[in-house]
Design a protein around this ligand. Structure first.
Ligand SMILES: Nc1ncnc2c1ncn2[C@@H]1O[C@H](COP(=O)(O)OP(=O)(O)O)[C@@H](O)[C@H]1O
Ligand SMILES: [Mg+2]
Length: 254
């Protein structure tokens, strides 16, 4: 689904060039959930923007679904750390924005928007304004918007990083449910986080990055059974994987 081959990115800043990424090579299979962890500033957001085609890489090649990325890719849902909802628009209108921006008829997506809001427990909040919702609820709404057009690919940049631990755990479970744990029509998800337990809980594989310039330090498979539950976090295997990734990260700065 996603192939990164020797990808590098150097920003031209006023203070001089900033090498954010160097020689990134890995692939993400269709239907796979890959988490990316790395220290702050190692280029994780840059990497997502490059995959989405929002920024050209300065080295290497990226292809998504067999097509070389040379501009914004279609059929991708993006979720950022801040929910980025339009504050003067009701929640349902914020979700429908995805259809509007794609030049599609809003009315045709109304039923799906309602169904998504129900799925994430916001059935009664469609007519509210963002400020009437908690941070976690706003992020759920942002997730609905990303899912409205049913994109096969989701790019998520620390989407739950600003939430309290309990809400984050809840949304992790919700995300796995939306992703379709156990069904065959799964979306492909690249999930950036700086939380190792979150990465292990969600992912099929975890890509560990080095400090800037970000390189791939290691790729750790997560063979934990699915569907994952709260009990998954209490398992010895979960602990061992968390420790393994922690060590891999520590080695990158040593
Ligand atoms: N538009 C930009 N211009 C110049 N430097 C940038 C720009 N965006 C990010 N950077 C730099 O690139 C590096 C990686 O940034 P980023 O991708 O945001 O890292 P992360 O998401 O892992 O925290 C940082 O050193 C950051 O300061
Ligand atoms: Mg970032």
């Amino acid at each position: 689904m996603i192939v990164l081959d020797g990808v590098g990115m150097t920003y031209r800043a006023d203070s001089g060039p900033v090498e954010a990424l160097r020689d990134i090579t890995f692939r993400v299979e269709g239907g796979e959930l890959v988490a990316v962890v790395g220290p702050s500033g190692c280029g994780k957001s840059t990497l997502l923007r490059i995959i989405a085609g929002l920024r050209p890489a300065t080295a290497g090649r990226i292809s998504v679904d067999g097509r070389v990325v040379s501009g914004p890719i279609p059929f991708v849902g993006m979720v950022f750390q801040a929910p980025v909802l339009l504050r003067w628009r009701r929640i349902i209108e914020n979700v429908l924005l995805a259809a509007e921006l794609a030049g599609l008829k809003r009315a045709e997506y109304r039923a799906r928007a309602d169904a998504l809001l129900r799925l994430v427990g916001l059935a009664d909040f469609g007519e509210k304004l963002p400020r009437e919702l908690s941070g976690g609820m706003q992020q759920r709404a942002a997730l609905c918007r990303a899912l409205l057009l049913d994109p096969p690919l989701l790019l998520m940049d620390e989407p739950f990083g600003a939430l309290d631990a309990m809400t984050r755990d809840e949304l992790n479970l919700e995300l796995l449910r939306v992703w379709g744990e156990g069904n065959r029509q799964r979306k492909t998800i690249v999930f950036v986080t700086h939380s190792i337990p979150e990465a292990v809980f969600l992912a099929d594989r975890v890509v560990v990055m080095t400090p800037r310039p970000g390189r791939v330090a290691s790729v750790v498979p997560v063979p934990l059974p699915r569907p994952r539950t709260i009990a998954t976090r209490a398992s010895a295997d979960f602990g061992a994987l968390t420790l393994q990734i922690h060590d891999a990260l520590a080695r990158t700065v040593a």
